[in-house]
Design a protein around this ligand. Structure first.
Ligand SMILES: NC(=O)c1ccc[n+]([C@@H]2O[C@H](COP(=O)([O-])OP(=O)(O)OC[C@H]3O[C@@H](n4cnc5c(N)ncnc54)[C@H](OP(=O)(O)O)[C@@H]3O)[C@@H](O)[C@H]2O)c1
Length: 333
């Protein structure tokens, strides 16, 4: 049984703990929170017995072998590094880092601590429909491009409009649309088409100076991919990948709920399957497979493929951010 310790006590952590427990391969043993009271409040209802408000003690605890980190974005790097340095496995919520330099340091730290495994919780990559779409793209006559749209109004934008600065809408916490919903479409693009040759990002800034929404253009040798992302309005557009006469259509590029292909006549054939109610179960299963048997050839290959993909996606996010002239305080370090 994987002994799980968590950072972050928000709803996303609850969803991951539920997914982890559903696989029957993890047991939540410990919770870190800025207050022990909150750690207890979250942990006791989920079966944990260790409660920490000191990160050093938490990372050294023998009661944990795998950490799940769902803190604000700018804290991911230091916390992940600390976990690896203690020879533990670390699952980090997306985006795993705030800039590419941090990713290089994490890779170096992994080399120094070969027992540790590092995962970015990019949940849709582990869902069956992600692979179905990749397979379908390989069968297209010729890729003509794609438009991927993920815009969902954030309840926290209400707070911005009221003059507050919630973490996800601040530069200090490496927030903004690109670093949030943009991560999903960046994973789609790199996972399905590889790294683009050139990129541009046109952000619409909020009063807190992060990108509330934006349009990214990724240039590949023979086609372009357009990403529409935003946290300050809702879009109900489908996302599409274009072949010559066939078009792959998905209702949402992160949830990958309904996936179909339309032929020249517009006839629709469903190619996807219905995802599990908890979208984090597939990733929890995949990570457990690697953690429980890291030497297995297939597990080892998958692990490095995910890590390389994560590095490339974060490189793309960084390049887009440079193009949009969005600078985080961490970039200077
Ligand atoms: N995969 C997904 O579907 C998904 C969905 C949502 C979010 N996420 C990711 O999960 C991460 C957390 O997102 P969130 O919206 O839950 O963030 P958040 O509410 O801003 O913070 C998450 C947790 O970090 C702690 N925290 C809050 N403010 C802090 C501060 N100033 N300093 C130190 N710790 C602080 C809090 O835990 P304590 O009060 O217990 O210390 C809180 O529960 C992000 O990286 C986000 O991208 C992923």
């Amino acid at each position: 049984m994987i002994k799980l310790g968590i950072i972050g006590t928000n709803w996303i952590t609850q969803q991951f703990v539920d997914a982890a427990h559903a696989t029957k391969k993890y047991q939540l043993t410990a919770v870190y929170s800025r207050t022990t009271e909150k750690a207890k409040q979250f942990g006791e209802k989920n079966g944990a017995t260790g409660f920490f408000d000191n990160l050093t003690d938490f990372f050294k605890s023998e009661t944990i072998d795998t950490f799940y980190i769902a803190s604000p974005n700018s804290l991911h790097f230091e916390q992940a590094k600390q976990g690896i340095e203690n020879d533990k496995n670390v699952i980090v919520e997306k985006p795993i880092v705030s800039n590419i330099k941090q990713m290089e340091i994490l890779r170096q730290t992994l080399e120094e601590h070969p027992q540790a495994r590092l995962f970015e919780a990019a949940r849709q990559v582990h869902q069956p429909n992600f692979k179905v779409i990749k397979g379908q793209i390989a069968m297209l006559d010729r890729i003509q491009g794609a438009t991927l749209t993920y815009m969902k109004y954030s309840s926290r934008y209400d707070a911005v409009l009221a003059g507050e600065t919630p973490n996800v809408f601040t530069l200090n916490f490496a927030g903004g649309a690109l670093q949030d919903l943009g991560v999903y479409v960046a994973y789609d693009a790199v996972g399905w088409f590889g790294m683009p040759d050139d990129v541009a990002y046109y952000p619409t800034l909020t009063s807190t100076r992060v990108d509330g929404k934006g349009v990214a253009i990724l240039r590949y040798p023979e086609f372009d991919v357009t990403l529409n992302i935003g946290k300050t309005s809702n879009s109900y557009l489908d996302s599409e990948i274009y072949g010559l006469k066939d078009t792959i259509v998905m209702d949402n590029p992160a949830e990958l709920g309904n996936v179909s292909i339309r032929d020249e006549a517009g006839k629709e054939t469903v190619i996807g399957t219905k995802p599990a109610d908890n979208p984090m179960i597939s990733e929890a299963e995949d990570f457990a497979r690697v953690i429980n048997d890291p030497q297995n050839e297939l597990n080892d290959r998958d692990y490095w493929t995910w890590l390389d993909l994560s590095q490339n996606v974060n490189k793309l996010l960084y390049n887009l951010r440079q193009s949009g002239k969005i600078v985080f305080p961490d970039d200077a370090q």
